[in-house]
Design a binder for this molecule. Structure first.
Ligand code: MLT
Ligand code: MN
Length: 309
């Protein structure tokens, strides 16, 4: 299975357009220790020819330009693309806005939970994806689905499972419990091939509970929410009056962080992804970067290849 990180950064990218906090500033200045990153997306393929995007980021055009395996090939026709399907893990802007760049009457299939498909249906701008050529397929929780594009099997199976989280920021309801969040608003994915290889992708997660721990135990590869290092880092850096908890993201460090929680799971290769512009792990010279590496974690970067063979 071919697995490529198209975008390693969280919503806003690294550096975020309006941020000059200490971590962002290193990236704006072109520091060799702070490589820039585009917004959260993966490309996965069973055969290296037909690709599935997991989330479609606002930076998708830049990501396609940087990835020759996603370029159209003349032998496939004057209008064609190796992108055959897009799987969505939630309705966050950084995960759905790229769909708008996949217009131009190109056929492909979208897979998402019923909750996320409702968001697309309610926002008429997504009608630019002509329903006569772009399928929108519901993904049930805890039931593996074989991915296909208009009947053509893509050789990949995905299983969606609910993880602790919350509804997308722009859908929050101040008057409702948990801002109106429901199961299926944030999901993790197990992506597998027919020959039994698989990995987990969990780009947003508010808490590592026992169910998630049990699910990830024994995994060969896990890509996990690395949004913040410290719950209050954006407040401390004077950027935004919001904690990671309030945003629905568990932090990496600390006693209640994901590094400590997932140390209890047997995972061969563990990679943080969806990393916010305030997170010091983005600077390879930082103490936090060193701490994460010493704990056996890797930090995703744009173009990272994680193929399982
Ligand atoms: C998130 O991951 O929390 C969202 O992408 C935030 C946002 O929509 O800006
Ligand atoms: Mn996000």
């Amino acid at each position: 299975m071919y697995i490529r990180v198209l975008g390693s950064a969280a919503g806003g990218g690294f550096p975020q357009w309006n941020c000059c906090g200490p971590v962002s500033l290193a990236a704006w200045r072109g520091s060799p220790t702070a490589a820039r990153g585009t917004q959260s997306s993966l490309a996965v393929s069973a055969d290296g020819r037909r690709w599935v995007l997991v989330n479609a980021s606002p930076d998708i055009r830049q990501q396609i330009l940087a990835s020759d395996f996603l370029h159209p090939r003349p032998r496939d026709g004057l209008r064609s693309s190796p992108i055959k399907a897009v799987v969505l893990t939630n309705a966050d802007v950084d995960h759905v806005a790229g769909l708008l760049s996949l217009r131009e009457r190109q056929a492909f299939s979208i897979y998402a939970s019923a909750r996320v498909l409702d968001v697309l249906a309610e926002n008429s701008i997504f009608g630019v994806l002509d329903p006569s050529v772009v399928d929108r397929l519901p993904m049930s929780l805890d039931r593996p689905v074989r991915l296909a594009d208009h009947g053509s099997d893509l050789g990949l199976t995905i299983e969606a499972f609910a993880v602790p989280g919350k509804v997308a920021l722009y859908l929050e309801r101040a008057d409702a419990a948990d801002f109106g969040s429901q199961a299926g608003d944030t999901i993790g994915l197990k992506v597998g091939t027919a020959d039994g290889r698989s990995f987990f992708y969990v780009p947003a997660c508010a808490r590592v509970d026992e169910a998630l721990l049990a699910r990830l135990d024994g995994a060969g590869l896990v890509l996990f929410d690395g949004t913040l290092y410290r719950d209050d880092e954006m407040i401390r850096q004077g950027l935004l009056d919001k904690t990671g908890r309030r945003m629905g993201h568990i932090s990496i460090g600390g006693d209640e962080g994901s590094m400590a929680a997932l140390a209890r799971a047997n995972i061969e290769r563990r990679v943080f992804i969806h990393i916010n512009t305030s997170n010091p792990v983005l600077d390879t010279g930082s103490a936090e970067h060193r701490a994460v590496r010493e704990a056996g974690w890797e930090i995703a970067y744009d173009g990272m290849e994680l193929d399982l063979r």
